[in-house]
Ligand binder design. Structure first.
Ligand SMILES: [Zn+2]
Length: 437
C-alpha cells in the first residue's frame, strides 16, 4: 500500500489536512474544558456577574448556557444534571469586550517600515491571523475592522476564516479598502511622481470613481464603507486646528446614499470641522476619532444618534514615557475637551482603539483614558460592550449577559467597576459557547 502513495496524493492529503492541523493548534483548550460534559448545558459559577447596562454586580450568580446561548443568569439558577461546570467563583464575569476600530492587517511601526512596499498581502494576512488571536485572548470577542490599509480584502478572508472555524478570533465586521483622495490621507507620500506604487486607500477623485470603488468593496465582502472625510494629523492647521476636508459635500452624501442602496453603514474618519458636520448630516453611522468636533456637530450627533468612536490613546506617543510634540499636545488636549462635551450631551460613545497602530492584544488601552476624561468605569464598560453592539447592530445577540443572548463571556480577577485597569488581565474567554482561554 505504501508504494501507491504518490507525491501528488501526499500533497492532496497535506492540503486536505491543513484546516484540521491548524484547528489542533488551538482546539485543546476547548476540548479540555468540555471533557466530562454529558449534556448541552454549561454552568458557570461566578463571584459576580457585571451588569454593564446598570453598572451593578450580581453577586454569586450562575450563568446557565445551553449550546451557544445563555439560558439563565442569577443566584438561584437550577443546573440540569450532567451539565459541564466551569468554576469562576473567584472572578468577576462580564460580557465579551468589543473594539469598534481596529486594523488587523496593520502592525505598529508601519510608518518606519511601509507594509505596502515591504510586505506582501499574503504575509500581512498571516500577521492578521496572529492579530485576531491576540485580540480574542485579550477578551475582545467582537471587533469592527475599519480599513485593510492597502491589504485589499485580507480582512474579509480572515473574517470568513474565523467564522468557518479555521482560526480563532473575534466576531468581525470589516470595511475592506477605505475611500480617500489623491493627495490626501492613505497615500504613499514622498516618492517621485514617476514611481507608481499601490496606495493604502482606494483613492477616488470624482463622483463616478467613488461609486465604482464603493461597489467594488461591497462586491468583495465589505460590511461597512469607510470614508476618509478629513485628512490625517499632519494635515491639521495648528493655527486654527482645522483638519483637511477631503471631499465635497455632495460627494460625502453620495457615499452614504450609495452605501445605503446596498444596506451598508458608513464609518467616517473625521476629525472635525465642516466635513465632519456634513458627514453626520448625511447620515454616517459613526464618526471616527473626532478630536476637533465642534459643539454644533456634537449636538447633531446626539439628536441623530450618530456614534462617536474616539480612539484616544493612539494620538499619544507609542512609548508612554516619550515627550509629546507640540502637535500631539494640541490634538490630545482638544480630544479631552471634546470628550467632556460629548459626554455632557449624551452622544453615544463607542469604544475603539485603532489597534494595529497600537499592539494587537493591547485593546484595553483606552479604558483608563476614558475614565480619566470623565466616564465612570461602568460607563466605559458599557461603551465597550452594549454601545458597540448597538453600533454594529448586534445588540439583540450580544453586549450583555442575559438570557437569550449568545455566550460571549470573559472573566477578570478584580472588580472592573472599582478599577477599570482590571480589564488588562482577562483570564477566561468564551466566544459563542466555546472556551478559548
Ligand atoms: Zn484607524
Amino acid at each position: 500500500m505504501y508504494r501507491r502513495i504518490t507525491s501528488a496524493s501526499l500533497l492532496f492529503l497535506a492540503i486536505a489536512l491543513l484546516p484540521a492541523v491548524s484547528l489542533l493548534l488551538w482546539a485543546p483548550m476547548a476540548a479540555e474544558a468540555q471533557t466530562g460534559a454529558s449534556s448541552e448545558y454549561t454552568a458557570i459559577q461566578t463571584r459576580a456577574v457585571v451588569d454593564v447596562e446598570r453598572g451593578t454586580l450580581l453577586p454569586g450568580a450562575t450563568i446557565l448556557i445551553r449550546g451557544n446561548r445563555i439560558e439563565a443568569v442569577g443566584a438561584d439558577v437550577g443546573v440540569p444534571s450532567g451539565a459541564r461546570h466551569i468554576d469562576l467563583s473567584d472572578r468577576y464575569v462580564l460580557p465579551g469586550l468589543m473594539d469598534a476600530h481596529t486594523h488587523i492587517t496593520l502592525t505598529p511601526g508601519y510608518a518606519e517600515h511601509n507594509p505596502i512596499l515591504y510586505k506582501s498581502v499574503p504575509y500581512r494576512t498571516v500577521e492578521a491571523v496572529a492579530a485576531v488571536r491576540e485580540t480574542l485572548m485579550a477578551g475582545f470577542t467582537t471587533i469592527r475592522d475599519l480599513d485593510s490599509e492597502g491589504a485589499d480584502w485580507a480582512d474579509v478572508g480572515v473574517r470568513d476564516g474565523v467564522n468557518n472555524g479555521i482560526v480563532p478570533g473575534p466576531r468581525m465586521q470589516v470595511a475592506t479598502l477605505a475611500i480617500s483622495i489623491t493627495g490626501g490621507y492613505m497615500n504613499n507620500d514622498g516618492l517621485a511622481p514617476q514611481i507608481d506604487v499601490p496606495q493604502f486607500g482606494a483613492l477616488a477623485d470624482s463622483p463616478a470613481a467613488i461609486v465604482e470603488t464603493l461597489r467594488r468593496q461591497v462586491k468583495y465582502g465589505a460590511d461597512w464603507i469607510k470614508l476618509y472625510a478629513t485628512g490625517t494629523t499632519k494635515h491639521i492647521d495648528l493655527d486654527n486646528m482645522a483638519p483637511l476636508p477631503q471631499f465635497t459635500d455632495d460627494e460625502i452624501r453620495l457615499v452614504v446614499d450609495e452605501a445605503a442602496r446596498f444596506g451598508k453603514p458608513v464609518a467616517a474618519h473625521a476629525y472635525g470641522g465642516h466635513a465632519a458636520h456634513v458627514a453626520v448630516d448625511a447620515g454616517v453611522r459613526s464618526i471616527e476619532h473626532g478630536m476637533m468636533l465642534g459643539n454644533e456637530t456634537l449636538d447633531l450627533m446626539a439628536e441623530r444618534g450618530t456614534f462617536w468612536v474616539p480612539t484616544i490613546n493612539v494620538y499619544f506617543p507609542l512609548d508612554a514615557d516619550a515627550e509629546l510634540t507640540e502637535r500631539q499636545v494640541a490634538i490630545t488636549e482638544s480630544h479631552r475637551r471634546v470628550f467632556g462635551e460629548a459626554l455632557r450631551r449624551g452622544v453615544r460613545i463607542a469604544y475603539g482603539t485603532d489597534a494595529g497602530a497600537l499592539p494587537h492584544g493591547d485593546n484595553a488601552i483606552d479604558f483608563a483614558r476614558m475614565v480619566e476624561y470623565g466616564m465612570t468605569p461602568a460607563q466605559a464598560l458599557r461603551s465597550a460592550t452594549l454601545t458597540v453592539a448597538e453600533l454594529m447592530q448586534l445588540d439583540e445577540d450580544l453586549g450583555t449577559i442575559e438570557s437569550g443572548k449568545l455566550a460571549d463571556i470573559i472573566a477578570v480577577d478584580a472588580n472592573p467597576l472599582d478599577d477599570i485597569s482590571a480589564l488588562w488581565n482577562v483570564s477566561f474567554v468564551m466566544k459563542d459557547g466555546v472556551v478559548y482561554r
